[in-house]
Design a protein. Structure first.
Length: 324
């Protein structure tokens, strides 16, 4: 796969994000801005979803002003996030969204577990929002998937999580076929004080492709956030002013760094870091490609670097799941 071209850089999601949000300094506020700004992963107009895709309101001037004020004084947000240790990306994003919805005054409840009479857990409402005289149930997911093979088209089951634990197809089926029906369970009806009028999925994330210009998968939003993946053995083709290996909780918003600060590296240092990683681990590594703009380094592209046999591992895992 050839390195990114200048044209690809200029039309990336990252370029637009930096135009709108480069001035935000706090990393949690930047991630919240990404949650509110990023295109939905699912296409709300696709007939297959039957109107069950939720969307956040556009970032109007009032929201921009609120984010900028929060960036200047993020102490309350930091305290809220620190109430429980956060290591899972999905839980981190969920907490940020709960903060936003509560400040908007839309949130009725968050993380409501539904239990049967004997105490076993039936399910959990991610978000219950007020709407009229009732509630809207939102299931929320923030995911990153790699297209394992282009030889089988763009079917969602071929989009595999970097750790091979799940697929985009399995995740969406679970949400649509199981989780969105929770309000219909007798235990949920007995527990809720208001009726649920509507159940929808809000899904944000990034999809990563081996090819530079892939077709948009069926049911996926055409403007979804996207990146690339490539084996470790092809690392030498990447071109950027600097690189950064992104920790898991920094996988969502496009990266921003100050030139010369710790955490950014040149190509040789990146190659050494990845060699050390893959000598003892097989988990893919998310790398941000950075371009210098004055004293700043801004992400213009991103990609997962995977073990050289990752595609074979992904295909074997998918075959096992299909047989089970």
């Amino acid at each position: 796969m050839p390195p990114p071209t200048e044209q690809a850089r200029d039309f990336s999601y990252q370029a637009g994000f930096h135009q709108r949000w480069k001035h935000l300094q706090d990393p949690h506020v930047r991630t919240l801005a990404w949650l509110l700004d990023a295109p939905d992963l699912l296409d709300a107009d696709a007939p297959r979803w039957k109107g069950r895709v939720a969307s956040l309101p556009p970032c109007d001037q009032q929201t921009r002003d609120w984010l900028e004020a929060l960036d200047r004084n993020p102490a309350d947000l930091h305290t809220y996030l620190a109430l429980q240790p956060l290591t899972r990306l999905g839980r981190y994003a969920e907490k940020l969204l709960a903060w936003y919805l509560s400040r908007r005054g839309d949130l009725h409840a968050h993380g409501v577990q539904v239990r049967a009479e004997r105490g076993e857990t039936i399910g959990e409402f991610d978000f219950l929002l007020r709407e009229g005289d009732g509630l809207v149930h939102w299931e929320f997911a923030t995911k990153l998937y790699l297209l394992e093979s282009s030889g089988h088209g763009q079917h969602a089951d071929y989009f595999v999580g970097p750790g091979l634990a799940d697929t985009l197809g399995a995740k969406v089926r679970k949400i649509m076929d199981q989780q969105l029906s929770l309000s219909q369970h007798p235990a949920a009806c007995a527990q809720l004080t208001l009726p649920v009028h509507k159940a929808q999925a809000l899904v944000k994330g990034w999809l990563f492709y081996r090819e530079r210009t892939p077709a948009t998968p069926e049911g996926i939003g055409i403007s979804h956030c996207r990146g690339f993946w490539r084996p470790q053995g092809e690392l030498g083709g990447l071109a950027a002013d600097a690189f950064a290996v992104l920790p898991r909780l920094q996988w969502l918003a496009p990266a921003r760094a100050v030139a010369g600060e710790a955490g950014t590296m040149e190509p040789v240092a990146l190659a050494c870091a990845l060699s050390r990683h893959f000598a003892s681990a097989s988990a893919p590594v998310l790398v941000a490609l950075l371009r210098r703009e004055g004293d700043e380094l801004l992400e213009f592209d991103r990609g997962f670097i995977v073990p050289d046999d990752w595609r074979e591992q992904a295909a074997a895992r998918r075959s096992m799941d299909a047989a089970s």
